[in-house]
Ligand binder design. Sequence first.
Ligand code: NAG
Length: 373
Amino acid sequence: MASSRSYSFLLFSVLLSSAGTTVTSASCSRADREALREFQSGLSDPYIGIFTSWTGEDCCAHWYGVSCDPSTGRVADLTLRGESEDPILTRAGRSGLMTGRISPAICRLDRLSNLIIADWKQISGPIPSCITSLASLRILDLVGNRLSGPLPANLGKLSHLTVLNVADNQISAQIPKSITQISGLMHLNLASNHISGDIPSDLGNLKMLSRALLGRNQISGKIPPSISYMNRLADLDLAENQLWGSIPAFFGSMPVLSSLYLDSNRLSGLIPPEILGSKGLGILNLSRNELTGLIADVFTSRTYFTALDLSYNKLTGDVPKTLSKATFVGHLDLSHNHLCGRIPAGLPFDHLEAASFASNDCLCGWPLQACRS
Ligand SMILES: *[C@@H]1O[C@H](CO)[C@@H](O)[C@H](O)[C@H]1NC(C)=O
């Protein structure tokens, strides 16, 4: 989340600095000003006073959070964040809180490129479905509110979208199928909502996607094979859903995949050896599934895991010997399985605690009790 924010901040700064210094800027379009006022009247901000600067005619000049295309006076950016280092918040000495709804009047700002209404905690009601008519939209960030209802079905119309973040709301229903038409989408964050149904089978059409965060929802079905085509995917979070079926081996050969969270689902079968032996994966969490079989003995000196969590499964066999060849294993959790045998000695284990191996069938050796023979 943090990096998608700094990313949008960067884009915003570029937008501002490219807004020329030579021409005198056009002042606020009257239609946009009226749309902004209608938007404002749908919200109540009892603590911060975000809207106190929204006075006078020129919404492009000093209205908090509003910036315009200086050549047209049309609103291009609306950024209202309830949690930031902004003086308006630090002066208030607290993070923001707003109630109310996002008025459909927002859809009349039809030159909007960035729409960020983030972390106000109690803005409720639906995401206006007319939002899909904002054809220039690049960043849509509504994280951290209490928005409910479905994502608009024709979301795919937002063909310039690069960032879609509606995490930490109460969005329900399915992921709209049309989402896979947004070919330039780079960051997709739908985490911590009430989304159900399957992952669209052609999600892999999103070739530019680098972060796909869908964790903490009620998503079911299998992991779609098309994900293997996402050559820029670095972070995939499908944790705390109701996914079933097996874990595809292709995760082990995706070119830039570095974190994979599949924990707390109903995934079964073996852990593909390709994944454990992958050179790029630094975080792998498969905890709390129904995985069975052995942990493949495929680790090498190129193994480097900041976190490897295979706890709460039904894994059998021993702790693989080659794991001691790993260059680094920061956090290892193999607890609550059916492992048995001697824990291999070696460097990456030196800092581990007994909890990493607790509640197995018959493991022994440091950091557990000594083996008998
Ligand atoms: C892995 O997932 C489990 C269950 O969702 C969670 O409790 C655990 O903290 C996670 N482990 C790491 C290293 O993030």
